[in-house]
Design a protein around this ligand. Sequence first.
Ligand code: AMP
Ligand code: ZN
Length: 462
Amino acid sequence: MDLYFYNTLSRKKELFVPVRPPKVGMYTCGPTVYNYAHIGNLRTYIFEDVLKRVLLYNGFEVKHVMNITDVGHLTGDRDMGEDKLEKGARREGRSAWEIAEFYTRAFKKDLAALNILEPTIWCKATETIADQIELIKRLEQRGFTYRTSDGIYFDTSKFPDYTKLSHQNLEALQEGARVEKNPEKRNPTDFALWKFSPPGVKRQMEWDSPWGVGFPGWHIECSAMSMKYLGDMLDIHCGGVDHINVHHTNEIAQSEAATGKQFFRFWMHGAFLIISGGKKMAKSEGNFLTLEATFISKGIDPLVYRFATFQTHYRKPMEYSQDAVTAARNGLAHLRNQVRTLRSDSEPAGTDPEFSDKFREAVNDDLNMPRAMAVVQELLKSGLEPGVKLATVYDWDRVLGLKLEKAADAGRLPDEVLAKIEARRKARREKNWELSDRLRDEIQAMGYVVRDTKDGMEVFRP
Ligand code: AMP
Ligand code: ZN
């Protein structure tokens, strides 16, 4: 079945075909590890995980690279301000290396809690400095760079298609770039490839280079690492929408300027998580909610957040609120109960091809998860055999990643309870309400909750 993704480059849904089928090269911009990830960042990583799972579900082999930005991301995206890592180190009285290590570990813990599949390759900016220097040298040889008092810059006026990803006109991009003034730049949109350590300052993270001691600019790392690890399998590159105008635009300019070839063909961007009132959640604004604070420490399964994100298409902003969390909590509990109830008296047996086509149609249509979740409910409420429903929903969980099989097995009921459930079903069919009520009381006395819904009886541990 065909697979369609919305490509920011063309602003259209396009048929997805990788360079070397069945392999797919995918690069996702990773975190800047100077603080915890907030649940907005994590929304983007869940979207990317669904993307990868949908590729796998369609039989592709995915080579997924994710970088860790552990140097060179300045507090302003436009090459002014402090290095976020060194700033974080000062804030916490630790070294920049310790900060990076600590928040990388915290990030990986968040990914695991959300059942996000690990990338095939993790790579760090600080471990690929030589590759970044090589790339800057190539740009220098091709005449795209110039030197200022604080670094080596990329001259965006020499790259003709600079606005092809953002679709903004150049004036609008330049206006955005003027916020941070740097009088030595030739064009407001020019960006640093290499920054010099400030005179008389010994930075914690700095390296020798042909241009002087310093550190790489933020954008160059993603170009260097994606080419290093993916070679020519430059199929899909993704991140949040905030990366379109600066980070990804600059990655494309410097990569295509260096190689003379197209960089990635598909650019996919996840919309923001916003908090009520429309404000975006941002690490730099300090208004952020972590997974630990909002879910884990309150005893809420973090997969509730994963489930919550499926209610909004990834290209639409999602509003975070307590009500949304409550709805997702109930929704996931209900789904798990449905699956547990099926599992209580049946084994998974053969997926249903018609429903599976419907599900695949939804996820293959630019990851339409709200539609896919509706198909899940249609399946569970259908008249199919319980074993078929179970096998089908387990198969789909390869995309959903909600650990349904585990939840069902953990809630698998003992034989005495199953016998009482069966007896109660029979009593109800025979309209023997007295017996039905007595059996319900007996099951509850054994420590289970019995709920009669329009789809049948649900029995689970509270
Ligand atoms: P950072 O660690 O700041 O580089 O961000 C990590 C990822 O989260 C990037 O792909 C960003 O585009 C994305 N991101 C940042 N803020 C939000 C937000 N409020 N909602 C969704 N994604 C976000
Ligand atoms: Zn990046």
